[in-house]
Write a protein of this length. Structure first.
Ligand SMILES: Nc1ncnc2c1ncn2[C@@H]1O[C@H](COP(=O)(O)OP(=O)(O)OP(=O)(O)O)[C@@H](O)[C@H]1O
Length: 257
């Protein structure tokens, strides 16, 4: 499980994330949505131990990521938006290394299975530096999934993936949660969020605009059911942004008297 409590991150005088709290229970896929610069990556980077919170706490599987980093890091797999992979290794070498690091039992057949799944078998012994962007993204996904982590943290998973791989990845994340694991992802893809997220937080300029299940967000934005599936997340998202803009305008008007 993931627990973010009162998380605030300041860069100089700029507050990138303000007092953010949410938790993700095992069995759930949680989506962190928001416009460019909303604070999604900043939140993810705190959760994976890359950017220290200015205040607040972030915990993974009950371990404070900053007070107990090794225990926390053993518990999660992380797929960054721009993965760094060792170009001078082959995919197979890199994945064996990950398997050893996380003490994955009998890793070789697992690695073969993953490479096959992502249609990388023919390239498994080629250097990663020769891979396309999408192929690298697939290797990063396999590296995170190979240890079968209790918690999966994903920043923009679909960038660069072809439609076949994108569908596979969507199903993988959902299946991971359905096996009692925890998944947190950021995405700009509203259809992806709508398809697999149980709960969502919509951020804008570091603040929470809306939070809850799709039904909660529909109720909150007054975009209640239209058609068989009700209003789409896209409509809810824009409604939340419009509300925030209108509030900001009225605050400005009040301040000016
Ligand atoms: N290292 C940094 N130094 C200063 N400001 C930063 C730094 N990293 C992020 N920021 C600022 O924090 C804010 C949030 O950025 P963040 O990368 O978290 O947004 P995001 O929601 O992931 O956006 P995108 O969808 O564009 O990836 C932005 O205003 C950004 O300029």
């Amino acid at each position: 499980m993931i627990e973010v409590s009162g998380y605030t991150k300041r860069y100089g005088r700029h507050e990138a994330v303000s007092n953010l709290s949410f938790s993700v229970q095992p069995g759930g896929v949680f989506g962190l949505l928001g416009s460019n610069g909303a604070g999604k990556t900043t939140t993810i980077r705190a959760l994976v131990g890359l950017t220290r919170p200015t205040s607040g706490t972030v915990r993974v599987q009950g371990f404070d990521v900053w007070a107990d980093p090794v225990k926390a890091k053993e518990a999660f797999g992380y797929i960054p938006d721009r993965p760094y992979l060792y170009g001078k290794l082959t995919a197979r070498e890199l994945l064996r290394f990950v398997g050893q690091l996380y003490r994955v039992p009998n890793a070789d057949p697992e690695i073969d299975r993953w490479l096959e799944l992502f249609r990388l078998t023919d390239y498994g012994n080629e250097l990663i530096e020769t891979y396309s962007h999408g192929m690298r993204q697939k290797v990063a996904i396999v590296a995170a999934m190979l240890p079968d982590p209790p918690v999966l943290i994903v920043d923009e998973p679909m960038v660069g993936l072809d439609p076949h791989a994108a569908r596979q990845v969507r199903e993988l994340f959902r299946a991971h949660a359905d096996r009692g694991r925890t998944v947190l992802l950021t995405t700009h893809s509203l259809p992806l969020a709508e398809a697999i997220c149980d709960r969502l937080v919509v951020l804008d300029r570091g603040k929470v605009l809306g939070e809850g299940t799709m039904d909660d967000l529909r109720a909150r934005t007054g975009t209640a059911a239209g058609g068989v599936h009700g209003d789409s997340l896209e409509r809810i998202f824009f409604r939340l942004l419009e509300e925030e803009l209108a509030e900001a305008e009225s605050r400005k008007a009040e301040a000016m008297g």
